[in-house]
Ligand binder design. Structure first.
Ligand code: AMP
Length: 211
């Protein structure tokens, strides 16, 4: 099964994509994670991407499509793309690359969440600096404030989850990423899931629509 996960920042697509990938034995590919690793490791890609990411903008389609091409060539497995495609040009680029490899997407799963909920979720989101486990003070708080339940590491907030950057990310989403939804809808591949249900209900709904 080959899927893309769509939805605004904070819709839970990353966490849900990871869970589904484990259940269905799919490779989880998050372009945000690849870029954050590049930033952490100080690579050329990281140096280019960091200021754009910190400002809540989008890394250029050329860079992202080049990255995806490399990733697709490296994996023989089925996959879930999380955070990609984020523009219509990326969606079209993916169609071409997959056609060259003789493979096809099965569906685009879109998590629907409104702006107010997105703001609440993003400002409450934390991750462990050591093991990358995710927490949210509203929905999945750590047992001890600021400390990872799993490894005792320190919990951090992403730079782009700071309140002042979130409004920009939502604007970028509306302008650039909403057309991706339209692209998959027009190709009869879009599957909408209500992302404001409880975490387990969202996971069950996703499993239901992709099974
Ligand atoms: P995410 O973790 O998916 O929210 O991604 C974090 C940031 O990485 C985004 O705000 C963008 O700056 C950048 N990014 C991730 N995926 C893409 C993509 N497909 N196209 C452009 N920029 C991306």
């Amino acid at each position: 099964m080959r899927l893309v996960f769509l939805g605004p920042p904070g819709s839970g697509k990353g966490t849900q994509a990871k869970i589904l990938a484990e259940k269905k034995n799919l490779t989880h590919i998050s372009t945000g994670d690849v870029l954050r690793n590049a930033v952490k490791n100080g690579t050329e890609l990281g140096k280019k991407a960091k200021p754009i990411m910190d400002a809540g903008g989008l890394v250029s389609d050329n860079i992202i499509l080049g990255m995806i091409k490399e990733l697709l060539q490296k994996t023989d497995d089925d996959f879930i793309f999380d955070g990609f495609p984020r523009t219509a040009a990326q969606a079209e680029g993916l169609v071409k690359m997959m056609a060259e490899l003789g493979i096809k997407l099965d569906a685009a799963v879109n998590l629907d969440v409104d702006d107010e909920e997105v703001l609440k979720r993003l400002t409450g989101r934390f991750f462990c600096e050591k093991c990358s486990a995710d927490f949210n003070i509203n929905t999945r708080p750590p047992k001890v404030e600021g400390i990872c339940d799993k490894c005792g590491g320190k919990l951090m907030q992403r730079d782009d989850d700071k309140t002042e950057v979130i409004a920009d990310r939502l604007n970028v989403y509306r302008e650039k990423t909403k057309p991706v939804e339209d692209f998959y809808r027009a190709n009869n591949m879009l599957v909408n899931v209500n992302g404001t249900q409880s975490f387990d209900d969202v996971a069950a709904a996703i499993l239901n629509v992709v099974s």
